[in-house]
Design a binder for this molecule. Sequence first.
Ligand code: UD1
Length: 418
Amino acid sequence: MQKLIVQGGAPLSGEISVQTAKNAALPIIAACILTDEPIIIENCPQLKDIDAMLNIMRHLGCSAEFIGDNLHVCCRDVSLNVINADLTGKLRSSIFILGSILSRCRKAYISHPGGCEIGLRPIDLHISGLKGLSVKIEDEGGVICCDGGDMKSAVINLDFASVGATENLMMAGALLDGETVIVNAAREPEIVDLAGFINEMGGKVSGAGGSIIRVTGVKKLHGCTYRPMPDRICAGTFLAACAASGGCVTVKNVVPEHLFGITERLKKTGAKLSVRGGTVRITASGRPKAIHKLETNVYPAFPTDMQPQFCAMLSRAMGSSVIVENLFENRFGYTTELVKMGANITVKDRIAVVAGVPRLHGATVKACDLRGGAALVIAALSAEGCTEIYGTEHIDRGYEKIEQSFAALGARIERVQS
Ligand code: UD1
């Protein structure tokens, strides 16, 4: 077992380049099944979630290996093996591989991905969307059995702009005759990136980034080399950490427009932000100001994946902040750990009231989910004294060697075997 040991209290300073986006790379890896030709994904992040997806790909007969920072994937032959619970349990977003397997093989078998720490995360939109493309779907003892023998393109109206369901349907439509139209599609930048990748393979996807996406099926897709977008949530995590601890940090390799929902809220804390090309610089000192109301919602609003990190930062704010979580019903679990560090947070259903305290203190805490884990790191960096953070395996799902990133910014943080 590993833990992070953080000596808090030092301001952050320096430059950091963000990794490639996990949430862009995952669907792009799944989409490699759409072609029997080799694909190179440049600068692919090396993370636990990526490993979990690659294990699913290998289980289906694809080859996948890192050569340096580049991931080489080839799905020359795809076997219709059941993707069992051992594999899906490690990665809830495994469900969106259904669309690409169906597109390529017209059949797919996958165990139900189950719940997760931050909420129920049902898959009804994925299932109803695929049924809308005439896929027959039955649940046989927890295995979702899909028969796409009669699959055809259609207009699919999503009841909610789900990221994963939109991605699933884009992949499902890529090789179908005719035009698949996704109405009320998710508009996240990762959707635009997936469209870019499918188009790079010779597909025809238009409208991504807007709420109507059109996928015109093509007969065959070909191999390509693709570099996914930078990780906007990692970038936001470094910026929020600086707003919490003070200092001056330049975050490089970002698309500043992707960060708008985050940077606008950071300005409310009194931090100074400046954008230049693909970099964002933040300068902060003293305690942050509270944010009267911080509400998560779909892009371009404030992202749910930044909610815990902001909560950690606002724990030391001057005044009280109200955080409303609109996407996941159980995403405040980490706050009990922040309270152990002296934070004053009251949670009721989807609302957290954060009464800022002058100082947090070190404690022994445990990460129970990815972004909640990042929140604990931010709190520890701005706390007085030493914090030990267990549950590093959750943090490693989405951050490449988080301790090295923060150490490069002057933080006193190390990973040890416990
Ligand atoms: C993706 C991101 C995740 C992020 C989330 C919201 C990846 C790998 N993960 O997750 O980090 O937090 O977007 O920005 O890209 N829902 C249903 N039925 C469904 C599908 C979703 O009710 O069939 C609900 C979910 O329970 C949740 C909301 O819709 O309340 C948002 O989910 P969705 O947009 O699908 O998120 P994911 O694709 O799972």
